[in-house]
Design a protein around this ligand. Structure first.
Ligand SMILES: Nc1ncnc2c1ncn2[C@@H]1O[C@H](COP(=O)(O)OP(=O)(O)O)[C@@H](O)[C@H]1O
Ligand SMILES: [Mg+2]
Length: 511
């Protein structure tokens, strides 16, 4: 399998792995295993080497001691003249050199002065040994086994010496040198085998640890995935891993409890919001009340006059029809205003339907008609030539437009103008509402969406209009932005998705 991962990408993934709990655990565990096995192996090799050297020493000593008797005898015979000089010694030396189980490198006999009287190498005859090792050998009355400590002596040698004596009469010293090359080769082979086993064990334990950590971290990853999948709109839970009685189980339980608390907090927030929405609606109705009363008063006054004239008989019969028409018109006018008022004040059940934005704006403006006329505000509407489909909750949308428009009307001096612009792009609709008011000072701009933030006097402002509007728009999956410069008016832009995602709606009103 060939991967096309770039080196940096690979490096990042490796880094991420070793930063993960799993990676760290695997790394530490395998390092520990390798360290442990290597240490154990090292001590094992050391001990094995000591044991083997000890064995060679024992064998060498045994050999030297057993041969020493023959050598002593030969020297004794020579002294009393039983045999000719050196012949026997040479035979014994040759015997020694032939021993197969030990790698004898040299064998020699020194007389008490250190002079060579027999040697496997004939050129050595007559040479006098005075080096510390030889002096130590000649001075000792026991068999010695000394490792040549000379580090460049390769291969390392084991020097065995044994006195050739009978009681206190000493003829000299037998010395043999044993090569340790074979032993070192065996040790090297052993070391290699142990290293191989260390590698095998390290790999096995790596695999084992990886498997175990994977099994241990799996539930954590599963839980994390479940947490990711929690739908924060509805607080619905994804299928959770089965309950466990270990630490992960505890984590899972706390997670569930936390989610439950979040859900309760969210429900509480929703209830508060509902209250705020309704409060703000009533407050804005209060602001419209005077205007509405006036709107109803006008047709009422007309009606009264008509009735008065009828009662007094001032209406000629040929004009009766005309008067009745006027009275009908007046009553219809009042009925319309009352219906609009009721529509707006009513707590409507939430529902996303296809609405026509332009129409929603007209309906909202109808309620503000009096205020607009009183302040001589000119209203402009710039909409796309053909209506576009928008899925929204009509009641909520009306309330948002009402809040922002009312703010604009309140902010403007008489004679100002109010502009509604709408256009669609990339599945969203943008509605901007621009006024020619004094603008919002930059220092309060970040706070205008805060609940209860108001610059208006008591009875005039609640500070809830924009806070409520923003949360209503957010319920549609949209947002509100504001642009304002002191002295140059203000533009609020409402962005709404044209279609609502299924399941976005959360009931605002509950039984
Ligand atoms: N069009 C606007 N022009 C100037 N200031 C505005 C405008 N809209 C909102 N504001 C400022 O934002 C504040 C908060 O508005 P809002 O939340 O509707 O509360 P309220 O209208 O009850 O004061 C207002 O008090 C006002 O200072
Ligand atoms: Mg307001």
């Amino acid at each position: 399998m060939r991967s096309r991962m770039s080196p940096t990408h690979l490096l990042l993934r490796v880094k991420a792995f070793f930063l993960s709990l799993q990676g760290k655990y695997i790394l530490i565990a395998s390092l520990l295993t390798v360290f442990l096995i290597a240490t154990l192996g090292y001590f094992f090799v050391q001990r094995e080497e000591q044991l083997l050297i000890q064995q060679v020493k024992e064998k060498g000593k045994l050999l030297a001691e057993s041969m020493a008797i023959s050598f002593t005898n030969a020297l004794l015979y020579e002294e009393i003249g039983l045999v000719e000089e050196a012949g026997l010694l040479d035979n014994f030396i040759a015997d020694l050199m032939r021993k197969e189980e030990l790698d004898v490198v040299y064998a020699m006999v020194l007389d008490p002065q250190g002079k060579v009287i027999a040697h496997n190498d004939f050129t050595e005859y007559g040479r006098v040994y005075t080096d510390p090792l030889s002096r130590q050998a000649m001075a000792s009355w026991h068999t010695l086994a000394i490792l040549s400590s000379d580090s460049d002596a390769s291969p390392q040698l084991l020097h065995i010496s044994t006195p050739l004596n009978i009681s206190t009469k000493r003829w000299g010293t037998l010395r043999i040198g044993l090569s340790l090359q074979r032993l070192h080769q065996a040790i090297a082979a052993l070391t290699r085998r142990i290293a191989l086993w260390t590698a095998v064990f390290a790999l096995l334990s790596l695999g084992g640890v990886a498997l175990v950590t994977r099994k241990m971290t799996r539930p954590i990853i599963d839980l994390a995935r479940a947490m990711d999948q929690v739908d924060l709109q509805n607080y619905t839970l994804p299928p959770l891993p089965p309950p466990r009685s270990d630490e992960i189980g505890t984590l899972q339980t706390s997670f569930m409890q936390m989610l439950q608390r979040l859900k309760e907090a969210e429900e509480e927030r929703q209830r508060t919001l509902e209250l705020l929405v309704q409060t703000e609606k009533m407050a804005s109705l209060g602001k419209m009340a005077a205007g509405i009363a006036h709107e109803i008063n006008n047709p009422l006054a007309g009606l009264l006059t008509c009735l008065h004239n009828f009662a007094a008989g001032h209406i000629p019969p040929e004009r009766r029809e005309e008067y009745i028409g006027l009275m009908k018109e007046g009553i219809q006018r009042i009925a319309t205003i009352v219906r609009q008022l009721l529509d707006y004040a009513r707590q409507q059940p939430p529902a996303f339907r296809e609405v026509e934005l332009s129409q929603v704006i007209d309906q909202t403006l109808a309620l503000l008609d009096y205020l607009i006329k009183k302040k001589r505000i000119t209203v402009h509407k710039a909409f796309p030539s053909s209506p576009f489909p928008l899925e929204a909750d009509q009641g909520k949308l009306e309330q948002v437009i009402m809040n922002i428009t009312l703010n604009a009307l309140q902010a403007m001096e008489p004679g100002g103008s109010l502009t509604f612009r709408a256009h669609t792009e990339n599945n969203v609709c943008r509605l901007s509402i621009t006024d020619t008011g004094p603008g919002i000072p930059p220092e309060i701009l970040p706070r205008i969406f805060d609940p209860f933030f108001t610059t208006k006097g008591p009875g005039e402002g609640t500070g809830l209009g924009l806070a409520v509007s923003l949360s209503l728009v957010k319920q549609h999956g949209g947002h509100i932005t504001v642009q304002s410069r002191a002295g140059q008016g203000t533009t609020f832009t409402i962005t709404l998705p044209l279609q609502q995602r299924a399941g976005r709606e959360r009931p605002l009103t509950r039984a």
